[in-house]
Design a binder for this molecule. Sequence first.
Ligand code: CMX
Length: 134
Amino acid sequence: MIKRVHHIGIAVNNLKESIPVFEKLLGVKAHIEDVPSQKVIEACFKVEDVEINLLEPTGPDSAVAKFLEKRGEGLHHIALETDDINDELKAMEKKGFQLIDKEGRKGAAGKIGFLHPKSAGGVLVELVQPREKE
Ligand code: CMX
């Protein structure tokens, strides 16, 4: 079962340039996280119980670098929280969504798995089982 929107990921070319824009927009300060498993550095803004995360790629082989090259800056993914990532992935597959990950893998926020944007209205969807629920 989906509990809530966990975070929204936005692809940016340059965190230094984008952080002040989002600080002005949201009225909160960012904290920075290096996420080597996803080849990004993130600036995370907490707005109530949802995070807005700016994603800057750390190398040309990052999924976010490919996205920026093809589509430019903007909404990259939405992340939905679940209590059990593997059950949720199975349920999503049964409902007809195309899985990028058959099983949850380690991510910044806990265990994560992706649904292909082609099967989800053109939006890349990340499922997250937060660390405290592993
Ligand atoms: N949102 C919407 N559409 C997207 C997309 C995104 N984020 N990324 C790619 N697409 C579209 C492409 O534009 C392309 O569309 P067209 O066929 O119309 O041109 C299609 O999906 C396939 O794209 P592709 O370039 O052939 O495939 P990629 O090799 O770029 O892979 C994807 C796309 C989604 C499978 C890959 O990026 C992936 O596995 N992503 C999951 C991991 C990830 O994105 N990690 C980033 C950081 C996450 C975090 O830290 O939270």
